[in-house]
Design a protein around this ligand. Structure first.
Ligand code: AMP
Ligand code: MG
Length: 314
């Protein structure tokens, strides 16, 4: 999109960008206010660690490499998501936590034109000790409606400049399963179903990473969920109830063909029986802002674009 450094300067000066950043300010404040009002404790993010989210198998993921840095004798990875640390953070005794968590995901450059992929973004990641999928879904619905209501109240001028009409969606949101949607729309259901819906909706039951809980009553089914934005904007949040028992976790790691030694420290704690059952989710901030402002490409909400396959100027 940007051909040279001069374009990057022009891009920073667009009046639309300033309106988007003002809306983003309201969104961030509304998210934090909402979580704190519901009793969540805010943690600071980590961006280096011994282990991070494997991001697979997840049909939504396409990372080409795990980002690593060397620091003295230690090789550390950059955070792809804080999921495993969210589980560990519940050992503090905090029963509800959230983090504004920057993620680096080296997405395939073929994702340049999807309109919804960045290789660096921030998610608001949260986890509830002893929570259920129901708890997370109802909390998320309240959160999204509260954020939209704040944006409507505080940023009418900016929405008008951007030509964006927003509406508070009716609750409860519609719920589908991946199986239903795949049968109706085929493999590309995310965008096709998103285009056909006027309001955000839920999709349940994804076969994905080892930490998402398999339904003990219905093996091969998963107690996890995505929130999909309407109008073709696609996925906005992913989450699930979590596995906490060592035997189940190790069996899933092996099933996924992952190297258990990558998760040595996490598995050590799991084996000691210290993980707490929980449920949570992560909502991508840039995807949320893109949906709220109606931007064509997610890169358009970032002053310093981080779009896979696009050169980085600033
Ligand atoms: P995940 O659990 O991997 O689905 O990530 C949680 C949320 O982060 C997603 O639902 C998106 O809103 C956001 N997200 C994930 N990957 C990307 C990406 N490459 N670019 C922008 N946002 C992303
Ligand atoms: Mg996802």
């Amino acid at each position: 999109m940007l051909a040279q450094l001069e374009d990057a300067v022009k891009y920073l000066k667009r009046k639309e960008l300033l309106s988007i950043l003002k809306i983003q300010t309201t969104v961030l404040k509304a998210l934090e206010d909402f979580m704190v009002s519901r009793g969540f404790i805010q943690l600071m993010p980590i961006i280096t660690s011994r282990f991070t989210d494997p991001l697979g198998p997840d049909p939504g993921s396409s990372v080409v490499a795990l980002p690593k840095i060397k620091y003295y004798d230690e090789e550390l990875v950059l955070t792809q998501s804080m999921i495993l640390h969210k589980q560990l953070s519940l050992l503090t005794g905090a029963d509800k936590i959230f983090i504004m968590s920057p993620n680096v995901r080296l997405e395939d450059k073929a994702r340049r034109t999807t309109g919804r992929h960045l290789f660096e973004f921030t998610q608001m990641d949260f986890e509830i000790a002893y929570g259920t999928m129901k708890d997370v879904m109802s909390l998320t619905e309240d959160m999204l409606c509260e954020v939209i209501s704040r944006v409507l109240k505080e940023r009418g001028e900016e929405l008008e400049l951007l030509g964006r009409k927003l509406e508070i969606p009716p609750r409860p949101f519609k719920v589908y399963t991946t199986h239903e949607l795949e049968e109706e729309y085929g493999k590309n259901w995310e965008i096709l179903a998103s285009l056909e819906n006027k309001y955000p909706f839920w999709v349940l039951c994804f076969k994905r990473e080892f930490y998402d809980r398999e339904d003990p009553e219905n093996p091969g089914h998963y107690r996890n969920y995505d929130l999909i934005y309407p109008e073709g904007f696609g996925e906005g949040l992913s989450g699930g109830e979590r596995e906490w028992e060592y035997d189940k976790i190790i069996a899933r790691i092996e099933r996924d063909g992952l190297d258990p030694s990558r998760y040595r420290e996490y598995l050590y704690i799991a084996k000691r029986g210290l993980l707490i059952p929980s449920a949570g989710a992560g909502i991508g901030v840039e995807r949320l802002v893109r949906f709220l402002v109606g931007a064509k490409h997610i890169g358009d909400v970032q002053p310093f674009r981080r779009v896979p396959g696009e050169p980085v100027f600033l």
